[in-house]
Design a protein around this ligand. Structure first.
Ligand code: PMP
Length: 295
């Protein structure tokens, strides 16, 4: 449940009951998907509630709006402050925060020059519950980067993710691995993908993916842990012959992958870099000071 009678949301700078908030049925966002959004996560830490990489998320929101020519009058700092206020008003600690920039009534194919900011937050459950997801190769490719700004988080892009997820669920899997238009591995429906082979980590280079903030965090952690990581074009064969595979995303955090097309990774999860990165990521978002070293 995303909201109840007591939930407060933010609409154009005002905090109001979610049940009382409404949008215009003539919005271009509703008809054509021309809106932008973010998926952000807050954690309860020993220093109080902390929104992980809040600035980076709101910078990406403003970037997404800019490529879609949707004007936004808020600064990153204002957006960060409003998101903390929203958590406070809803007494939320471990939560998911969803800002959305959507348009006024406009049935034309020019971007609206007036936009609205909606922001909601809700208690968060694990993305795959306690399941270790089984992936399948999706028959849906990632969109052509010459047709969309694939690095931006635009509402309409998510039709692609919905198609991939629907297909995976219909066939008894938990998620799809989408390939790019050239047949290389791109990402899952809502998370980036990594694999380990012979003590090196690999992940698809930017170009066809949404280069996630969690992905960037994994790259930083690898530097710190001196794990060699290579960004490159990856074939499905390489991915399926991996020692270990994991997904990375705000919602997914670091999630072990059980299998791809029923092909399981070679190594035990606990022996992979993914396992160590999962613990390290958890410590980071929860601001725990534990020291981790590679033996
Ligand atoms: N790829 C896609 C398609 C996504 O929707 C997401 C979630 N935003 C990601 C990757 C991961 O991005 P992030 O780590 O910034 O959440």
């Amino acid at each position: 449940m995303y909201y109840n009678q007591n939930t407060i949301c933010l609409l154009d700078g005002k905090y109001l009951k979610a049940a009382d908030a409404g949008a215009n049925f003539y919005s271009q966002s509703l008809h054509y998907g021309n809106g932008v959004f973010e998926g952000i996560r807050a954690y309860e830490t020993h220093k109080g509630v902390s929104i992980f990489k809040a600035e980076a998320h709101f910078e990406r929101l403003l970037h997404s709006a800019e490529v879609m020519q949707l004007p936004v009058s808020y600064s990153v700092q204002e957006l960060v402050e409003m998101s903390y206020e929203l958590l406070k008003r809803n007494e939320l600690t471990d939560a998911y925060i969803r800002p959305l920039i959507y348009t006024e009534a406009n049935m034309s194919l020019n971007s609206s020059q007036r936009t609205h900011l909606f922001m909601a937050a809700w208690r968060w459950e694990k993305l795959f519950k306690d399941k270790i997801p089984r992936l399948m190769t999706s028959s849906y490719q990632r969109p052509n980067p010459q047709a969309f700004h694939v690095e931006a988080k635009v509402c309409g892009h998510y039709v692609n993710s919905i198609l991939a997820t629907n297909e995976a669920r219909r066939k008894g899997f938990d998620d799809g691995v989408m390939l790019d238009m050239d047949g290389y591995v791109a990402e899952a429906s809502g998370a980036n993908i990594f694999y380990e082979k012979n003590e090196v980590l690999y992940t698809p280079a930017p170009g066809h993916i949404l280069p996630g903030i969690t992905r960037a965090t994994v790259l930083e952690l690898c530097k710190e842990l001196r794990i060699k990581i290579v960004e490159k074009k990856i074939t499905l064969e390489e991915l399926k012959a991996a020692d270990g595979v994991f997904l990375a995303g705000t919602a997914a955090e670091i999630t072990q992958v059980h299998s791809i097309d029923d092909q399981t990774p070679v190594m035990r999860w606990e022996d992979t870099f993914g396992f160590m990165l999962q613990k390290k990521y958890e410590d980071l978002v929860k601001q725990r000071e534990r020291r981790w070293t590679l033996i």
